[in-house]
Design a protein around this ligand. Structure first.
Ligand SMILES: Cc1ncc(COP(=O)(O)O)c(C=O)c1O
Length: 406
């Protein structure tokens, strides 16, 4: 039996044992409801939530009252996009976003279109990046919200968020960013990044699943949101529902660990990624790097292997957790919408693999992954007539002229 290797950190991350340790009392003895203010059980829970709120706020440079706990980034994105659109409807009905957002933003925007909003979906360049000028050009006197992803979850590209925030500020338009893949991995201060609202989630940063947050700026002037969930009035009447105390405690602990360890961890993971890219490039020809070569999340490597389909590569590597860029429907394999939006040709998009390096990956694991991928690609290419032709001089590769070659 081969030892399993987890290299899919953009999908989710394991809980850090230190996070679990912090959560355990709140899963057992301290089970109180943080809203039960008349007894000690409730007080214990409330105190723990207050501490965690401080830890979460400290990681992103905001104040505690600016954090709203949610069930994860999907809910945070929905709350930000719909909550702003509904609250400020009298100001305008236009929203600017991009074609490479997570579906939590894209589908929220589509839902708003059904109720009369206009949405501009900005295209991206070949690295998956939106440029500030595009945002400025799309603004109209009806624009109420700009929502732009911070770090792309597929290709790792980091958008020029601070510049976009500056434009939003200049035109007094609210600015939300889905920062799910960046928080805890790259230094992020909401004031420096000029964000008004920001979504993030614990399970991408070694915390538990089912808990996330929305940062909502409270000053100059405070931002209001129309709630998605009505009920007991928790979280300042913006997000009703009994607080998930163990989840919140775990989220807080995960944030504190990231704050302390992020810089060192990013260096180590960047070195592992360099090793992975370098070794794969030595062993395999016709490789294409997807995403930005520099403005990129440390743990992300997204490569297309020409002449083979990533689903075929991965189906022979069950013990290694990686992600293909394509999605399987009932009767077909669809290339990723992100790679398509970047202009990556279908034959390359179908050969894309996303490597997501994280806290627990080692250099030895990278070596194993290189070995296994290289032999799998070689085996599949033996069956490819196109690859055979490619060995001759006249072959024109699908890899773009000015594309990043390994
Ligand atoms: C960019 C981005 N936004 C939102 C989400 C959804 O997060 P959650 O699983 O916490 O709802 C994800 C998770 O894949 C993501 O990568």
């Amino acid at each position: 039996m081969l030892q399993p290797i987890y290299m899919d950190s953009h999908a989710t991350t394991p809980i850090d044992p230190r996070v679990l340790e912090a959560m355990m009392p709140y899963l057992t003895n301290h089970f109180g409801n943080a809203a039960s203010s008349t007894h000690l059980f409730g007080e214990h829970a409330k105190d723990a939530v207050d501490i965690a709120r401080g830890q979460v706020a400290a990681l992103i440079g905001c104040s505690e009252e600016e954090i709203i706990f949610t069930s994860g980034a999907t809910e945070s994105d929905n709350l930000a996009v719909k909550g702003i659109a509904y609250r400020y409807r009298d100001r305008g009905n236009h929203i600017i976003t991009s074609t490479v957002e997570h579906h939590a933003v894209l589908d929220s925007c589509e839902a708003l279109e059904e109720s009369g909003f206009d949405v501009t979906y900005l295209p991206v360049d070949r690295y998956g990046m939106v440029h500030p000028q595009q945002v400025e050009d799309a603004i109209t006197d009806k624009t109420v919200l700009i929502s732009l992803i911070y770090v792309n979850g597929e290709v790792g590209t980091i958008n020029p968020i601070a510049e976009v925030g500056e434009i939003a500020e200049k035109y007094s338009i609210l600015f939300h960013s889905d920062a799910t893949q960046g928080i805890g991995k790259v230094e992020s201060d909401v004031n420096e990044l000029k964000m008004d609202l920001m979504s993030f989630t614990a399970h991408k940063m070694y915390g538990p699943k089912g808990i996330g947050a929305l940062y909502v700026r409270k000053k100059d002037p405070p931002i209001q949101l129309y709630p998605l969930l009505h009920g007991g009035g928790q979280e300042n009447n913006i997000r009703s529902g009994t607080l998930n105390v163990p989840g919140i405690v775990g989220f807080g602990a995960a944030c504190e660990l990231c704050k302390g360890e992020m810089a060192k961890e990013a260096k180590r993971i960047t070195a592992l990624r360099a090793q992975l890219y370098h070794e794969l490039s030595k062993r395999i020809d016709f490789i294409h790097l997807n995403g930005h070569p520099i403005q990129r999340l440390p743990g992300n490597l997204n490569l297309s292997f020409e002449f083979v389909e990533s689903q075929s590569i991965l189906s022979g590597l069950k013990e290694i957790a990686l992600s293909s860029g394509s999605a399987c429907n009932s009767d077909s394999v669809e290339p990723s919408y992100v790679l398509r939006a970047m202009g990556v040709k279908d034959e390359l998009a179908l050969g894309a693999i996303r490597f997501g390096l994280g806290r627990y990956n080692t250099a030895a694991e990278v070596d194993t992954v290189v070995e296994r991928i290289a032999s799998q690609v070689a085996r599949l290419r033996e069956l490819s007539p196109l690859y055979e032709i490619a060995q001759t001089e006249n072959y024109v590769t699908a890899i773009p002229e000015n594309g990043e070659k390994a």
